[in-house]
Every structure is written in structure tokens, then in C-alpha cells.
Design a binder for this molecule. Structure first.
Ligand code: SF4
Ligand code: SF4
Length: 390
């Protein structure tokens, strides 16, 4: 039997669908040029995709046809040589919507394999975010911000070819730089993209992650019912209304914390989360009314506390809040836990405000490309500059 290589591309559904497809398809085309057969495909359970919910593409390559066929005789790879995360906030973990709990980003990465991340963050910060494990792996960083597009637009900011250049560097036995460059020219007909891939090949940074390094938490899991435990027909259990909220200082009860889906949490479904200034909130109720995921807890004094079990990071609350900087979306890379902001503020309002201002200042822009007219074009320029310089 020959050798089989597997690559997974972990991405944000819809926003990065085209980006992930471009990467997995080009890996296989380049491997063909090197004389290796392969196949690229999306994970069955991710379809239809939802905005921002983590999804996966795979590229499987072998040294011969028979090995490829044997390797494909399974639903999806159990381990991969390279994991690619095209959004660094996914280093915190991956919850797909068809679903089995929180998976560490490096769960499928083979011992000694490589996790490639597109990020502006230093290696230490990304290593801290990813769950620790018992075997070593490599972290490779392609410098760049999160490249998001929409359902109908693709932001052609060279992230795809820059990742491809990095793959040729970290695993030349999978695909050579020469084949990658030829494929990029054939597919995109743009020599500037070939140059971007080659720059990335030369500049990708690598760090060895030792056993035990990283986030020590046990990833959230739940038990799915077995087939013989299921009743006849379909029963969809209701979610109870919820309970009152207790003030952590005065112990006054009031407001409401709606009960939430007991299994589907949304810890890794967001790239950004809202931070709330409870001192400037005018209790207008707009965030609470407009939140598509009912994720605001109403506190005893009538404030609104975004619950991180339920928030998908859509940014609607920031958009509808009428008070300047009362709700601000901040990148997930800035947070180490999912605790209640309101409880923290009640216990130490001065400390909370300092924390809030520091978060707002550090706020990197989400690279969406469709929030206002012209943003798409603006962001392509920024990304190309990063591609040139880093
Ligand atoms: S970002 Fe705001 S509106 Fe969107 S789900 Fe989270 S709390 Fe709700
Ligand atoms: S929209 Fe802003 S001002 Fe209105 S209740 Fe929500 S946080 Fe307060």
C-alpha cells in the first residue's frame, strides 16, 4: 500500500465557504500535477451551511489510486496530516451544527502534524486558545486577518493562495511549490497570486507545540441517544420558560434568564461577541427584542446581559443599540471565558469599566466585506498590503 495524505480545512459556514473550497480543490489539482491522485469534498453533516457555524472541507491525496480508494472507504478522515483554520477564533474549538459537542481544533491533527492558522496574533496566544493534548504538533501561522465574504460575494484578497503556499512549505511530500504555482496560474490566471503564494511559502512561521501546552479545559460533550432509546415518531421537547436571575451582591431576585437548548451551545459559533456598558444603557429593550437567538438575560434591575451559551455573534445588538459604544462587538480572541459580564460589573464596576475600555480599544475589525457599501473593496486593499509585507 502507498501513502495517504489528508488535509482538513476548518472554516466559518457561508462566510468562508468559497475560500475553503478554493483551498481544498487547489491542493488536489496541484497533487495531480505531482502525479498523485486525490479528491476534495465538504463534510456531509455541514450541509446546508449556516452563517458562521464551523464547517469542514477535506482534501485527500494518495501516492496511487488503490491507496486513495482504500482511504476513501470511510465517512470522513479519523486523522489528518494538516489542519487548516482560516479563522483564528476557531482555535478555541469547533461545534458543527450537526453535532457532537466541542471538538478541539487539533483533535484530528496527527502527532507531529501541522495546524496552519491565518492570524495576526502571536503563536503563544493561539497555542493558549487551542486545547492541550498528549502528543506534539506544529503550529504554522500565515499572517493575515480573518477573511470573510458573503453568500454571493467572494473577497479575493489572496488568503486562499497564501494558505496554499504555506501547505507546500510545511508538507512538500504532499504537494510541491512548483505544482502549487502552476495550479494557481492555471486556476486564477494571475501571476500576482502566484507571487503571493511564493511569498507565503517563504514567510510562514512555525512553532512546535509540546504535549500539555494549551487550554487545559475538558471540551464540552453530551451523550446522543442510542437508536434503541428513541421512541416512535418524532417528539421535539419544549424548552421551559426559564428562571429569575439573582443579583450576586444584594441577592435580590428578578428579571428572567430564559432556558436554552440543553445540548447545542454556541461557544465556538461566533467570531465576535458583544461587550455591554451597563452604566450607559438606557434600558430601551432594543437589543433584547432584536437578538435572533434570545440570548439576553434580563437582570433584576432591567439591564440586558448577553449570555455566551446562546450568542452566535451576529452583531445585531451592536447595530440596533442607540447609545454610542454601549454595545461593542469584540473579537473572540480577546476572551478566555464565557462568564456573565453583568455579574462581573455588579461585583466590581470600576474594574469592569477598565476591562471594557481595554476590550473596546483592542477591537480588531471583522473582515466581513458587506456591512457598508465599499467595505469589500477597502478590505481587499488592506489584506493585499499584509500579503505584500508579511
Ligand atoms: S451578537 Fe448580539 S444580537 Fe447577535 S446573538 Fe449575540 S447577543 Fe444576540
Ligand atoms: S439596545 Fe443598548 S441601550 Fe438599549 S437596552 Fe440594549 S444595551 Fe441598553
Amino acid at each position: 500500500m502507498g501513502k495517504l495524505y489528508a488535509v482538513e480545512i476548518v472554516y466559518r459556514g457561508i462566510f468562508q465557504k468559497k475560500l475553503a473550497t478554493n483551498i481544498s480543490r487547489a491542493i488536489v489539482l496541484a497533487a495531480h500535477l505531482d502525479g498523485k491522485p486525490g479528491i476534495s469534498f465538504g463534510r456531509y453533516g455541514d450541509s446546508p451551511e449556516r452563517n458562521g457555524i464551523p464547517a469542514k472541507n477535506f482534501a485527500i491525496v494518495a501516492t496511487d489510486e488503490q491507496t486513495l480508494q482504500e482511504g476513501m472507504a470511510k465517512y470522513e478522515p479519523k486523522e489528518v496530516d494538516i489542519t487548516i483554520s482560516v479563522d483564528d477564533t476557531l482555535c478555541k474549538g469547533v461545534e458543527s451544527w450537526a453535532w457532537y459537542g466541542l471538538q478541539p481544533i487539533n483533535k484530528l491533527t496527527k502527532p507531529g502534524g501541522t495546524l496552519i492558522v491565518t492570524s495576526m496574533e502571536p503563536a503563544e496566544k493561539l497555542i493558549e486558545m487551542a486545547h492541550n493534548r498528549e502528543t506534539p504538533y506544529n503550529l504554522a501561522i500565515v499572517k493575515g486577518s480573518r477573511s470573510f465574504s458573503g453568500l454571493w460575494v467572494y473577497k479575493d484578497d489572496h488568503t486562499d493562495v497564501r494558505v496554499l503556499g504555506a501547505i507546500a512549505k510545511v508538507m512538500p511530500e504532499l504537494v510541491s511549490l512548483d505544482a502549487m504555482k502552476k495550479t494557481i496560474l492555471q486556476e486564477w490566471k494571475d501571476p500576482v497570486k502566484v507571487a503571493s503564494a511564493e511569498k507565503s511559502y517563504n514567510r510562514v512561521t512555525k512553532a512546535l507545540v509540546q504535549p500539555g501546552q494549551g487550554n487545559p479545559e475538558t471540551p464540552y460533550q453530551f451523550e446522543l441517544p442510542k437508536w434503541h432509546e428513541m421512541g416512535e415518531g418524532v417528539a421535539i421537547p419544549c424548552i421551559p420558560v426559564g428562571k429569575t436571575v439573582e443579583d450576586p451582591v444584594t441577592h435580590v431576585l428578578g428579571g428572567i434568564r430564559p432556558d436554552r437548548n440543553p445540548t447545542f451551545k454556541k461557544f465556538s459559533t461566533r467570531t465576535m461577541r458583544p461587550v455591554v456598558n451597563f452604566e450607559t444603557c438606557i434600558k430601551c429593550t432594543l437589543c433584547w427584542l432584536q437578538c435572533p437567538d434570545t440570548c439576553f438575560d434580563v437582570t433584576p434591575e432591567g439591564l440586558y446581559d448577553a449570555n455566551m451559551e446562546a450568542c452566535c455573534g451576529c452583531g445585531v445588538c451592536e447595530a440596533v443599540c442607540p447609545v454610542d459604544k454601549c454595545v461593542t462587538m469584540v473579537a473572540e480572541t480577546e476572551f478566555a471565558d464565557n462568564g456573565s459580564q453583568w455579574e462581573t460589573w455588579r461585583k466590581d464596576s470600576t474594574g469592569y469599566l477598565q476591562w471594557l475600555n481595554q476590550k473596546i480599544e483592542s477591537r480588531p475589525e471583522r473582515s466581513h466585506g458587506f456591512r457598508f457599501k465599499g467595505q469589500y473593496q477597502e478590505q481587499v486593499g488592506e489584506m493585499l498590503q499584509i500579503a505584500q509585507e508579511s
